[in-house]
Ligand binder design. Sequence first.
Ligand code: ADP
Ligand code: ZN
Ligand code: ZN
Length: 708
Amino acid sequence: MPVLLPVLVHTPAHSSVAGVLHYRHSGDLPAGTLVRVPLGRRETMGVVWEADAAGALEAQAMDAGRVRDIAGVLDGLAPMDAGWRRLVAFSARYYQRSAGEVALAALPPQLRTLDNLQLARRLKRHAAAASRAPADGAPAGPATMPELTAEQSATLAAIDAAPGPFLLFGATGSGKTEVYLRSVQRALDADPAAQALVMVPEINLTPQLEERFRARFAPRYGDAAVVSMHSGMTPPQRLASWLAAHTGRARIVLGTRMAVFASMPGLRLLVVDEEHDPSYKQQEGARYSARDLAVWRGRDAGAKVVLGSATPSLESWHQSRPPEGGDPGGRYLRLHMPQRVGAGRLPRVRLADMALLPRHVTLAPQLLAAIAERIGRGEQSLVLLNRRGYAPVLACADCGWKSECPHCSAYRVFHKSDRTLRCHHCGFAERVPRACPACGNPDIGTLGRGTERLEEQLAELLQGTPRPDGRPVRVARIDADTTRQRGTLESQLAEVHAGEVDVLVGTQMVAKGHDFRRITLVAAVNPDGALFSSDFRAPERLFSLLMQAAGRAGRDAALGGASEMWVQTAHAAHPLFAALRRHDYPAFAADQLAQRAGAGMPPSSFLALVRADARTQETAQAFLAAARQAAAEAGLDAADAVACYSPVPLGVQRVADVERAQMLLESPSRARLQRFLSGWQPLLHAVRARPEHKAVLRWLVDVDPMTI
Ligand code: ADP
Ligand code: ZN
Ligand code: ZN
């Protein structure tokens, strides 16, 4: 007997269809079954969904003649399990998107293009490869494992003893990764179907991690047991990893934020390394936090969750506070590993007080001397500057012309290597003009400095410094410009590891995670901007970046004794630097949390943003104001104690000729903010549909935004 089935499909964002459509099929199919269905004129993939009461009524009311048939079922694949479906439903609800969008974005794109025959062939091939693997490897025996430090043992015992979630607060080099490896091993040993998910913030960090996990687990569980999942993989690679996780053959999934949606029927453990990292927050579509979803998924699945960082997010730090006085404490259990493994001590932090130097000096002489000394000893230095290009602005001193982008409210950056002026917001690029485009003055100059210029400057200043082997000093640069091509980052890093580079200039890209053995000096040459930024998270990000960077120095115990972290600043007395000098994250966090509480910022409050884009700022703001009005008329904010602020332009107001505005919502309670948002969602759609707001190009809701 034919039945009507609810199927989740990916409809365009904010369309009137919420994502569940009804299709006819010759018989019942379990929820989670992947199907192909017609949608408009095309055929698309869908997921059979749970029938809720409202959906069933709607289906009954539908004219049976208009219901279309399911075109096909993806045979040979087990249905998506209930845990995965709950994760999708929760994410959609919490981040204010359609479940169809979230679900379909979480499935590998190539799955949509395969017919059943092709899919069957893939599955067979993977099964064959997996069964072959253990026989290829060494006989299943334990890989060599280091003896645990006392801190690691205590941490593992604590993870065994409590349900979690855990915040592993461990210094850089304290051996957190070893704790992850052992936790994974315990989970997998306990249950032959168990799976573990380990997340890292950056694609660049996955190869290193994969190597460590493979070395440890391939001998035991076979080569096919460890897979990666990130956006840098080809569609066939992504499909292969996804199938391995879905079928349970992969015991360990390593990946970036997208991996939080992996189908893992045996999920027993989730690890989020560098949990403070902003890359865990997706910045388009459903703007989810993979860290927060990992905690949710762990609790839902009864799996353990370990968040790790040397500089936890203030949210996680607050959430893991121990009970005190009348405060019952946070929901997470905080575990502390303060010691570095081995003798490699944390570097000494030195401040170069730029306020004492003439204004035109951009590199302190004492820092240059320290770098030269390292070169003389055959050691390496890492110099950080978070700004690509040669100079952020090109300017004419005669008429005041500046290299503004014609399409954005931002300056175009001067890139010397290819002689372009390039907008970092919209990508608009032009050849550098020979003379001022406004007045013809041939003598246009640069303002400020980026990594290209820093590289040039250091090469010049350090030119005569003797290297132990007599060869000339080599300064190199790694940033998004030098690593655009696939594989270039790896080859550049290899040169650094081989000791060919004496001084490495880079953006924050190189400050994270990489294990540089021979670097004994790290310098941040211009971090002051973040001290007084309007972004309330800027100090937190700066502190963690500097601590991470410091963690790059002195990782080799033999060289580590005299390693240094230098900071050039005109605000040497700032409390952030005082805490940094002592490597004292708790002091920094306490100070920041007090400030956040005073300002009503997270974690003392919960935020959401509504953004609107339009050709004019007025149009964008008018939509937001009307949306606010609609909420007030419906009594939403009053009922839920949600403060809804006035619409304002974004910091960079115009990008690619589009004006951007936003409106901030704040509530002391996450649940209330959620209730407000779900009540508001239909009103937002209704306001958007009014003719006077036709000119709005797009709008979105960002829950728990990273910046405001
Ligand atoms: P983190 O992730 O905390 O920065 P890692 O786990 O990378 O630190 O450990 C730092 C270094 O110490 C690595 O080279 C690792 O192999 C080594 N290491 C970790 N635990 C031990 C141990 N128990 N005994 C010896 N070496 C260890
Ligand atoms: Zn001019
Ligand atoms: Zn631009």
